[in-house]
Design a protein around this ligand. Structure first.
Ligand code: SAM
Length: 216
């Protein structure tokens, strides 16, 4: 598994049934079964070709009945599980998948999300459909920053700061988050050196860079 996948795997709690939605290769489901963290796993992907990789990897578990595979758009064709993971897709698509799962009563008690973009949108939407944010933090893996969001069914209310940056990043300031903020400030400051930039835009960027300094 890659560093990104290992960090995600570490956040999935032990459970009886686990679903990896948009699984592609199926590495996480395989590790869940191999490690005994789950008793049974479901792998699903919208692409038959992608799912074939997971089917090959999980062949022994499919044979002994501990794993099932489904071609599925989000949770559509997937039986309800105790925990589920959606990783490696954009936040807008993730929110659409969750919206349909809510309508079809497929939402699991525990949800681990790793959106590639638009994490704020995912946070807001997850709380709207009845999740509480347990952990929400940035990791650096393979030289890239990723958000990992761990949710449990329950009530929650997000502050503006938590929505923008992630709750755990605000309360614990993990190293990767601070590094991301430093990089962000550096980028903003270098943009402001452009001669073609208007004074108004420059002022907005400088203000944002100033605001981010408190997280470094
Ligand atoms: C970049 S891969 C991520 C694989 C894995 N989850 C990970 O994090 O490494 C994205 C996968 O999402 C699948 N996918 C895209 N849209 C989907 C949808 N609406 N429902 C299910 N799978 C989808 C793609 O076919 C692809 O296999």
């Amino acid at each position: 598994m890659t560093e990104r996948l290992s960090r995600i795997f570490a956040e999935i709690p032990p459970c009886k049934t686990f679903a990896d939605i948009a699984c592609d290769h199926g590495y996480i489901a395989c590790e869940m079964l191999y490690s005994g963290k789950c008793e049974r796993a479901v792998v699903s992907d919208i692409s038959e070709k992608s799912l074939e990789k997971a089917r090959t990897l999980l062949a022994p578990y499919i044979k002994d009945g501990r794993a099932q595979s489904f071609v599925s758009d989000g949770f559509d064709n997937v039986p309800k599980t105790e925990a589920a993971l959606i990783a490696g897709i954009g936040g807008t698509l993730m929110a659409e998948i969750l919206k349909r799962a809510e309508r079809e009563d497929k939402l699991p008690d525990t949800l681990v999300l790793q959106p590639m973009k638009h994490a704020s949108k995912v946070r807001v939407f997850a709380v709207e459909i009845g999740y509480r944010i347990e952990k929400d933090f940035t990791v650096k893996a393979e030289g890239q920053f990723y958000d990992i969001i761990v949710l449990k069914k329950g009530k929650d209310k997000l502050s503006k700061e938590e929505t923008e940056f992630g709750r755990t990043n605000i309360t614990e300031r993990p190293l990767a988050f601070r590094e991301k903020m430093r990089e962000e400030i550096g980028k903003l400051l270098s943009y402001t050196e452009s001669e073609t930039m208007t004074d108004k835009t420059r002022a907005i960027m400088l203000k944002k860079a100033e605001r981010l300094k408190k997280y470094v």
